[in-house]
Design a protein around this ligand. Sequence first.
Ligand SMILES: [Fe+2]
Ligand SMILES: [Fe+2]
Length: 476
Amino acid sequence: MADARRDSPGEATQSFYAKQQLINAARTTFQHLAALIKNATLYPESHPTLLASSEKFVVMVRELLAERREASFYLVGGELFFETHSVPVDQSQSLLMEQFLAREIGGITFKPGLTQQETIAFAVLMNKDPAFFVNAGGTAAALEQAGISHIEIHRAIIVDKKTGSALKNEKKASTDFMSAVDTVKDMIQSVHLDKAINMRRMNTTVQSMVDDILENRDAFLGLTSIKMYDEYTFAHSVNTAILAISLGTFLSLNKNQVAMLGMAGLLHDIGKVSLPHEIVNKPAKLTDEEWAVMQRHPVEGALTLSDVPGVTKMAMVSAFEHHQHGTNRGYPQIEGEPHRHLISQIVSLADAYEAITAARVYYRSRTSPDQAIRILLKNRGVLFDPILVKAFVNMIGLFPVGTLVKMDTGEVGLVSHQTRDLLRPRVLLLSRFDGSERETGADVSLLETAGGKPVRSIIGTIDPNTANINIKQYLD
Ligand SMILES: [Fe+2]
Ligand SMILES: [Fe+2]
């Protein structure tokens, strides 16, 4: 992953940290909200514990409100967003998200003037049975009746039965994704501490990833578009594995080979663990000396893996080969032409796509997923095998799942599934992300026509990771 950093502008480091801070603040706020709502089931309203947790939450909301008119969280496609930023969640927060969805809540806005009393009343309300809200005439009416005026609720996206089951799959995929991240974290720690890697856990993780992808490739691929800022090192390996497994299944490789791809993807950068931390995690451009050190990671990785009992030899080979390209353009350089194994080539392609789209997150470089695809296309036959690139593009689509797109109707959509036409995926219509309209729309197919003409066509993409983006400007 850090390979992309070499060419990335150093001045963007600042904004990367600013954005990371914002996402962390949003995440902490949501954690406090989850704690508050949980505590409201355990303690009476005037209990010090409940008061303390509401105070913590209000303090965090005020911090977020220091730089904006209002603070909005959205639940879209099983993910949590703060404004346009995807926020990583853990188990307790995803339970809260389910609790919200059961009450048809798809978003919440907190406004200046929010009191502790209101937050406690809100927490009590959120623990009421979903039927309570139906009797109260909806969640918004229930809030009003409870005297809450600085919290606004947005309706959940209306999903039909089919989409509903897709969301359920996404939920499972998202839980499995998080546990894969934990497995990688654990593995990296083991290597650091010179402890044995838990191969059984690694195998189970890979197996459930393969199963998830076979069941619903789009749901799992969508997760790779979510970059987890503070956990990036781990998520990079998981994303690479997901992309590699997906391409393997797309190419109809057998289950054994697909599992190998998963393992190779998870382990490809393990060599970075043996390099100095300051170099691997350096947010700015690497010096030539540092770059030379960084280039040792494929060899270090192969050496580390040669020692691990139970690890497939293929993982060792692909760790060594994943940066060797075409006519000996990559590293480590070898005598003659590298003849890389198919598994290494797939991992290498998945790794490159992941790194390019991640660089977008870190450096605000203007590389959107569709541009990343174009970069791969440009390099087919040069750095990557042309047939593999073609297959990769057919699988990911020109507008990968998770891309925000602008349409000729003036609408903005979030790509949710691929269809047979690379230019016409299914999208979730989002009439807004910034607070002026409350509705989020349905999941529509861009294949839809009326009078022989397409109802909607994509005219461009929007980078949701640009700091302080106001999507409304694109809507006007
Ligand atoms: Fe990598
Ligand atoms: Fe690498």
